[in-house]
Design a protein around this ligand. Sequence first.
Ligand SMILES: Nc1ncnc2c1ncn2[C@@H]1O[C@H](COP(=O)(O)OP(=O)(O)OP(=O)(O)O)[C@@H](O)[C@H]1O
Length: 322
Amino acid sequence: MLEVNQLTRWYGKFKAVDSVNFSIGKGEIVGLLGHNGAGKTTIMKMLSGFLEPNAGSIKINQIDITSNLKQIQQQIGYLPENLPVYPEMSVADYLDYAAQLKGLNRQQKQQELKRAIKATELAPKLLDPIATLSRGYKQRVGVAQAILGRPSLLILDEPTNGLDPTQTEHMRELIREIAKEATVILSTHIMQEVDALCDRAIIIRQGQLAVDAKLDELRQSRSLNLATSLSLEKIQALLTPIQGIINIESAGVKDPQQTEVLHYVIHLTTTANLTKLSSTIAKQVISAGADLYTISQQHIDLETLFRQVNQGTLSKEVKHAA
Ligand SMILES: Nc1ncnc2c1ncn2[C@@H]1O[C@H](COP(=O)(O)OP(=O)(O)OP(=O)(O)O)[C@@H](O)[C@H]1O
C-alpha cells in the first residue's frame, strides 16, 4: 500500500532524512520511533505531501504521490504534532472546512462529519470556539479532521497527547478500527502506546532507518537466561563448544541471600533452535553434577530496545531480525 524508497531530505547542508526505505501494507499499524530530532516529523511531512523529498519516492497504492498530489492527499489523513487550527473557528465550522479541503461532496461530507464527530465524541463541543477547548479536546478535533473521508493512509503524530486514560483507550479502539481498512503510521514517545497498538516498529536514528521489524520478533531476543551453581569458567568450558552458542556473559549474583545462584546470559546465533538448545544446556549442566535453577528465553522490552538502538549497542541478532 505504502512504499518508501531511498527517501532523503536536506535542510540546507544538514541531511535530516537519509535514504530511508520501508513499505507498509493495508491493515498494519506501524510505530515510527526515534529520539528528538531523529527525523520522524520530516518523514511524516513528506508522506503527507507537505514537504518535498530531495531524493527518493513515496508511492501509495503504486502511484507516486508527486504525480497527483492533490488527489492523493485526499486519501491521506494527517494529525500533525501541532495542528494549525484556527482558534476563533467553532469545532463544527473547522471540521466543515476540513471536509471541504478533503474534496468530499455534500452527501459524503455530512456522513463523514457525523462519523468523525461520533468517533471522537465531540458532539457536546461542536459550537465551542477551538481556542476555548482543553488540550484533550483540541487533540480530538485534530483526530476528527484526520479521519474525515476514510483515508487509506493515516499518519498520527502523538495521537493520545493530552488525552485522559478513558479517552486514550477510546482513541486506541478508534485507531484499531480505522486500521482494518487503512494503513496507520503512528509516531510516539510513549512505548506503552506502541505496545498496545503496533504490529511493527520502524526506528529512525540520525535520519537513517535503524530497525524495521515486527514487535514479536523484537521482543524475543536470541539469548537465554541461565541460573546455575557453576562458575563462569566452568560454564564456558562446558557450553561454548555447543553449536549455536556465540558466547556466555556473567550476570552476577542477583539475590545476596543466595550467593550460590549464579546468573548468566547465553547469546545464540540467529539460526539456533532455542527450545532444543535450552534442553541441551540443561542436560549438560545436570550431567556436570551442578545445580540448574532456571533456564529461560530472554525477552527485551521496547524501552530497552529503543535505548540500545540510540546508544548504537543494538545486538547484531536483533538488527538481523529487522
Ligand atoms: N525547517 C527546518 N530547518 C532546519 N532544520 C530542521 C527543520 N526542521 C527540522 N530540522 C532538523 O532536522 C532534524 C530532524 O527533525 P524532525 O523534526 O524531523 O525530528 P523528529 O524526529 O520529529 O523530532 P521530535 O521527536 O523532537 O519531534 C532535526 O535535527 C531538526 O533540528
